[in-house]
Write a protein that binds this ligand. Structure first.
Ligand SMILES: [Ca+2]
Ligand SMILES: [Ca+2]
Length: 94
């Protein structure tokens, strides 16, 4: 009498395993991953010394890779990098 139950349990395990695999595949396919975004925002917050939500050229100097492409990243040429402008540089930096 226990056999049908066992079969159903293993089928459920296979289904859950497949769902987990699919979830990891989706996480890998998503660019950038949520984890990378959190790390990127943490860097931005750390470098944004005066906490105004933008990086001035002086603040960006603390990140040589970002400072090197500051003018390219500052697409609206206001002399400040917003989080969105910074993100472009963060993800393209080596
Ligand atoms: Ca700032
Ligand atoms: Ca800007």
């Amino acid at each position: 009498m226990t056999t049908p139950h066992r079969i159903r349990s293993s089928l459920l395990a296979v289904t859950l395993g497949g769902a987990a695999l699919l979830a990891s595949a989706l996480a890998l396919a998503a660019e950038p991953s949520a984890k990378d975004k959190t790390a990127m925002e943490a860097v931005f917050t750390r470098v944004d010394v005066n906490g105004d939500g933008k990086l001035s050229r002086e603040e960006a100097e603390r990140l040589p890779a970002i400072a090197a492409m500051f003018d390219k990243l500052d697409v609206d040429h206001d002399g400040q990098l917003t989080l969105a402008e910074f993100a472009v540089g963060y993800y393209s930096a080596p």
